[in-house]
Design a binder for this molecule. Structure first.
Ligand code: MCN
Length: 781
């Protein structure tokens, strides 16, 4: 097989449609008789519902229906979970799920109480003000530590505490290791609540065709098959009666998957009940309070080291803010717990977390899915250790890297997929070397920084390492089919939200079948096109769906060659595929086009020969035994103005190993996007809740997203350690950019301002200029 496309920076073939406004998004769906929905959401964080009177809203002209929990009958139940955790012995997990409309209590600002359906969104919004809800407000649980105080307010009374989950994982014997240590460094770290901000907010359109008994849903979901299966089960329909289409989705980043949102449960039910199509599009304010959040942890961590800077062990006790319900009260903090170990040899580890219910929006995975928090803790501990032991920051990292001959490397604890945390492969030192060389680290710390200081400039350097578990199961499938016109169609069940799947998957097919990459037509995210697919999350598209595409293409390739060998009456070995045809090697003019072979493989007459399958097509599945571990190092030169505390990134380097690369251009885009989000989460974005649980900055005027002015050009480098766990050797890359940016900022700012000499340490994220000013003023007394 010649690889004309695999590994090449092919421009994304979906971009023409996106850039010329041709791509369909959920809000573009217009249907005859379309109704519009708006939700009445709780204005308070914690209250008992005494009564709801919707009569005035119903009387408003143009209002078609108003529903509360009481109207839903047996349908009033939480939707299923995408990845429910298996029961694990010895783990406390008080899972509490959100219902579509609150009945007895509201538990966070933004929780839906009622839904109005009207002839227009304007009328629906106006009618919300007509609904009379009587609430008895309760003390809100906002602060993570106070949430655990005895006799305090309870988010879920039946749990009898605000503990959502409690998990301890150990490796070796930390206490013994600490007793022998030359240095023990303890610190407290805060990583605040945050959120994703996709360009397209969430949205659902539902249509019921009563004559065909067919429900069609356009949804901004990252997991259309999961939504189809869940709705079919909840509505008592056959799976074939429900079609879910996730058209182009303007960013997902995690929160558009994992749970069934109330709107996804309500709109299909309403469409059936009213026998009219209905649309709901989330507005930006709703996105701040009604789409799931992430982050919010407090770590008390300590690291034990030998005199020469070798890690002997780490102990970490942390609180994790689960929000009002905890569909993933385990997954996110387990990610933090595991990712803290990083690329380092940590012989002894003792980590305990308590996930806590609070009256804040629900926390689910968001790009990085809690890995940032673990990386922040270990990377900061290593910085402080380097300072205390008088070892260079890059050097202390190098001394502790897992050596290349130690793989597969078992970390002896359980990972987010509830399987043992084993790194399949890696070669960490060259990644570090490459990053240090690219940032010119040695010269900067020995010469350049002093020169700049002498000129009155405050420039700091930082380097941070991470590993990332990617490409976990369950399996994905793909169907590859050569059409009579010679073009190839590919269908997979995962959705796509901007990751370039239309191109990278086409590259795999094009190389296997010897066709032009533009002749591969890729369909994702439509349950009628492909029956199975868990969805796009955990950087698994390339590993899981990509390998399914490869397997299906390989089978079609074999079929093509067999068909052509019969056609030419020659051996398969004498044939080659290329330019959309099969040719006999060394015999000019002896070739047959794939379209013709496809027609021959689908004869209009005759019986199917025993042992053969008609058609040049194949459906294959791939599910890896466990996740593939990617790794990387980010390095940065940052200048800060000591008066205004505004920063400028002078240079940003990412060296990354995600195994074999399918498309370096797409990969670069993924890394850029991830770093941009990381920069936002590290420095600009801060969700500010007051003591009442009200989000005080729920607008893009007050919640600062980095723009193209704040996000620098990046220098990217790669090393390639193929994963042995899949035939293509790929590892995921979609989240990597976002993971180590927090510690990088903290380290660079400390270095630039010479905070180490003033004994000031930055142990919290986000580090907005305001926060930084508070920390510095506190330290200066
Ligand atoms: N890729 C590659 N070579 C590799 C690995 C990946 O060429 N060795 C390419 C893939 O073929 C794919 C892209 O990079 O086109 C991302 O692949 P992968 O890392 O497998 O990630 P997924 O396809 O599973 O996408 C999910 C991942 C996650 S978890 C989040 S969150 C995220 C992300 O991707 N959300 C995104 N990137 C995003 N990008 C956009 N624009 N929008 C989002 O919502």
């Amino acid at each position: 097989m010649t690889t004309r496309y695999f590994g090449e920076p092919i421009p994304r073939n979906e971009d023409r449609r996106l850039l010329t406004g041709q791509a369909l998004f959920v809000d573009d769906v217009e249907l005859p008789g379309l109704l519009h929905a708006a939700l009445l959401r709780s204005q308070v964080a914690h209250a008992r519902i005494k009564s709801i009177d919707v009569s005035a809203a119903l009387a408003r002209k143009g209002v078609v229906a108003v529903y509360t929990a009481e109207d839903l009958g047996a349908y009033w139940q939480p939707g299923p979970l995408l990845v429910p955790p298996p029961p694990i012995a010895g783990i406390v997990f008080n899972q509490r799920m959100q219902v579509p409309l609150a009945k007895d209590k509201v538990r966070h600002v933004g929780e839906p109480i009622a839904i109005v359906v009207a002839e227009s969104r304007y009328i629906a919004e106006d009618a919300l003000a007509d609904i009379d809800v009587q609430l008895e407000t309760l003390p809100p649980v906002v602060d993570l530590e106070r949430a655990l105080e005895k006799d305090g307010s309870l988010v879920h009374e039946d749990v009898r505490s605000n503990v959502s989950a409690h998990v301890r994982q150990c490796k070796g014997d930390y206490a013994k290791a600490a007793a022998k240590a030359d240095h023990i460094i303890r610190r407290r770290f805060h990583y605040d609540h945050g959120m994703s901000s996709p360009m397209e907010t969430r949205g659902v359109v539902a249509q019921w065709d009563a004559r065909a008994s067919q429900l069609t849903i356009w949804d901004t979901t990252q997991a259309p098959v999961f939504v189809r299966n869940g709705l079919a089960a909840m509505l008592g329909l056959g799976e074939r009666q429900v079609r879910v289409i996730a058209p182009f989705v303007g960013g997902g980043f995690g929160p558009k998957i994992m749970i069934f949102y109330p709107e996804e449960v309500l709109l299909p039910w309403i469409a059936i009940k009213l026998n009219r199509p209905v649309k709901w599009i989330e507005d930006r304010l709703e996105h701040f309070v009604a789409t799931t959040h992430e982050r919010g942890q407090i770590h008390d961590a300590e690291i034990a080291l030998s005199r020469d800077g070798k890690i002997l062990g780490i102990k970490d006790v942390f609180l994790h803010d689960a929000g009002a319900y905890d569909p993933y009260g385990l997954t996110v903090p387990i990610n933090s717990q595991c990712t803290l170990l990083g690329p380092y040899v940590v012989p002894n580890y003792d980590s305990t977390f308590t996930a806590v219910f609070t009256n804040k929006p629900i926390v689910t995975p968001y790009r990085g899915a809690g890995r940032q928090h673990g990386v922040f803790v270990i990377e900061r501990l290593l910085d402080f250790a380097a300072r205390e032991l008088g070892i260079d920051r890059a050097e202390i990292r190098r001394r502790n890297l897992i050596p290349a001959d130690a793989f597969p490397y078992n970390n002896e604890i359980i990972y987010q997929d509830f399987a043992p945390l084993e790194y399949d492969s890696g070669n960490y030192e060259p990644v570090l070397d490459k990053a240090l060389a690219a940032i010119d680290y040695a010269r900067f710390v020995t010469e350049e920084q002093k020169k700049l200081r002498a000129q009155g400039r405050h420039v700091g350097v930082a380097v941070a390492c991470y590993v990332e578990g990617t490409g976990i199961g369950p399996y994905e499938g793909a169907r590859v089919q050569v059409q009579a016109n010679g073009k190839v169609s590919l269908a997979t069940g995962i959705g796509t939200q901007g990751q370039g799947h239309f191109t990278s998957f086409a590259q795999i097919v094009a190389d296997q079948l010897g066709v032009d990459v533009r002749d591969v037509d890729v369909v994702t995210g439509d349950t009628d096109q492909f029956y199975w697919g868990a969805g796009t999350f955990a950087s698994r598209g390339a590993v899981v769906a990509g390998n399914a595409v490869n397997e299906a293409s390989k089978v079609v390739r074999e079929k093509i060659l067999k068909q052509a060998s019969e056609h030419f009456e020659c051996a398969v070995e004498d044939l080659e595929l290329g330019s959309g045809q099969v040719s006999i090697v060394g015999v000019p003019g002896k070739s047959v086009r794939l379209g013709e072979l496809a027609m021959r493989a689908n004869p209009m007459r005759g019986a199917v020969k025993p042992g053969t399958e008609p058609g040049l097509e194949s459906t294959q599945y791939f599910g890896p035994p466990k996740g593939a571990t990617a790794n990387g190092v980010h390095a940065m030169l940052l200048e800060i103005d000591p008066d205004t505390l505004m920063v400028q990134i002078l240079k940003y380097v990412v060296v990354h190993d995600c195994g074999t690369v399918i498309n370096p251009l797409i990969l670069a885009g993924q890394i850029h996007g991830g770093v941009a989000q990381g920069i936002g989460n590290a420095y600009y974005e801060e969700l500010m809740f007051n003591e009442e649980g009200q989000l005080m900055n729920a607008s893009l005027a007050d919640y600062l997203l980095p723009t193209s002015l704040e996000v620098p050009r990046m220098e990217l480098g790669h090393t390639v350690t193929p994963s042995p766990l899949n035939p293509m050797g790929v590892k995921g890359a979609g989240e990597a950019g976002a993971i180590p940016v927090g510690p990088l900022f903290a380290q660079a700012i400390e270095d630039a301002l010479g905070l180490g000499e003033r004994k000031i340490e930055l142990c919290e994220i986000p580090l907005s200029p305001n926060r930084l000013w508070r920390v510095l003023s506190r330290a200066d007394g």
